[in-house]
Design a protein around this ligand. Structure first.
Ligand code: EPZ
Length: 418
């Protein structure tokens, strides 16, 4: 596995262009399997997860031109389900093959999806709600197996928890369904709003984007077109934290601060000077040490779980005590053991991390455990005294485009060892 060698402490400051959102690009790509005309998708980030989707699509016979944007022609699909298991298992997003292929090929037979080791990551809600929409679908020997007669049938679904993934699976199944589908307690993440925006531009009939009540009226077909993916709000939040922990100042460009309201509010509580515009936001610590801030993660618009490791890092070098409570995933504190090796003082009890701010971290050998943890450990290396070696760094390439280039442009001293 690759390593990063990081020299600290450095102050991270300057300007950074935010890339397209991984968690908007993935569902929009799978939604393109529902469209028989050519579509062009712009602002797709160059990430390992996107590369996996392209390989899955090529396996299905989708024609793809991958230049500055992705030009996709899914007019003809092979009836071919023997995807390489390692591909399907390498990303959580492969679960979004199920709805489009059930509609297009009238059956599904794929290995269970993977994803970061932040929890068990079940798909029971996807299965339950697709059954409600008329699919004859079940899990057997770690395979998702199913079929539909002709088409999905609209239904009124009241989600028992606001699952982002399951909300997306329902939307993709309901696009062409007979009658109307209503989703109550739907997830409201901005990435779902971006998916709905994309689908409506291509001819779908979906109301309620960004609310927890989504109403989908089945249509006969979608048309081709061009679409630009929204910016990655978690990348923006990550770079804001980079400035907060190193007492620097960073301007994030091509990003919509409205999708990060609670993160900006928490950064202001920690003493940061935050400025925002229509498509930018900036942070200046004015050379101050951040103050500790309590965090409770939750479905949007609550504090995003994908920003939890980054804020825990801030808390471990902030002044004062804080509690970070993780309510979404049951195993998202793995990285804390690595931070404690660097001198952090964090104690975990159930789904809470109790942080006592320390004056500084010291460098040592650590290893990444999942995507958002890996970037937090790299940032920890940027502020630790000495040379930190971070192993298993491939996780980072799943979600952060050109990460070394961007960090070095902000003053980081970082080198990748293959
Ligand atoms: C999406 O994961 C994101 N991934 C995650 O980002 C993000 O953390 C998460 O939503 C929450 O915002 C992508 O968009 C590719 P969920 P997903 O379904 O869809 C449980 C990152 O770092 N659940 O909202 O898997 C589940 O176990 C990644 O970019 C079931 O119990 O999240 C979890 O506890 C990490 N049964 C909770 O719901 C199900 O069938 C929320 O999961 C589905 C989910």
């Amino acid at each position: 596995m690759g390593k990063f060698i990081v020299k600290g402490p450095v102050k991270l400051k300057g300007e950074v262009n935010i890339s397209g959102s991984k968690n908007a690009a993935l569902p929009i790509l799978f939604a393109s399997l529902l469209i028989k005309e050519v579509i062009e998708i712009k602002n797709i980030p160059k990430l390992k997860d996107i590369d996996v989707v392209i390989k899955l699509f090529l396996h299905l016979g989708v024609k793809i031109k991958n230049s500055k944007s992705l030009i996709i022609n899914a007019s003809n699909l092979y009836n071919n389900f023997n995807f390489p298991k390692n591909l399907i298992k390498s990303i959580r997003a492969s679960i979004w093959l199920v709805s489009p292929l059930l509609f297009r090929l009238k059956k599904i037979n794929i290995f269970l999806p993977g994803g970061c080791s932040i929890g068990i990551r079940p798909v029971d809600l996807h299965i339950k709600y697709l059954q409600k929409l008329g699919a004859n679908i079940y899990i057997k020997n770690n395979y998702i197996i199913g079929s539909i007669d002709k088409e999905f049938k609209g239904s009124h679904i009241i989600m028992k928890k606001s699952s982002v993934g399951a909300t997306i699976s329902i939307i993709l199944a309901a696009i062409y369904a007979k009658n109307i589908t209503i989703i109550d307690n739907a997830a409201r993440e901005p990435e779902i709003k971006d998916l709905i925006n994309f689908l409506n531009i291509m001819g779908a009939n979906i109301k309620g984007a960004g609310t927890n009540k989504i109403i989908i009226k089945g249509v006969l077909q979608l048309r081709g077109g061009i679409y630009t993916i929204m910016d990655d709000r978690i990348e923006t939040g990550t770079f804001l934290i980079a400035a907060a922990i190193s007492r620097g100042n960073i301007l994030c460009k091509n990003t919509n601060p409205k999708n990060l309201k609670i993160v900006l509010k928490k950064l202001k509580y920690s003493g940061a000077e935050i400025k925002t515009g229509i498509n930018w936001c900036s942070i200046n610590m004015n050379n101050k040490k951040p103050k500790a801030v309590n965090i409770i993660t939750g479905p949007y618009p609550n504090f995003p779980t994908d920003m939890q490791p980054q804020f825990t890092l801030l808390n471990c070098i902030a002044s004062g005590f804080s509690i970070v409570q993780e309510t979404i995933f049951e195993n998202r504190f793995l990285y804390i053991h690595e931070l404690n090796k660097m001198g952090a003082k964090i104690f975990i009890k159930n789904n809470k991390a109790f942080c006592k701010g320390v004056s500084s971290l010291y460098s040592t050998k650590i290893k990444a455990t999942d995507l958002r943890a890996s970037i937090s450990l790299v940032l920890a290396g940027c502020i630790a005294t000495g040379i930190t070696i971070i192993d298993n760094i491939e996780y980072i390439d799943r979600g952060y485009e050109d990460i070394e280039k961007k960090l070095i442009s902000l003053g980081a001293k970082i080198k990748r060892l293959k």
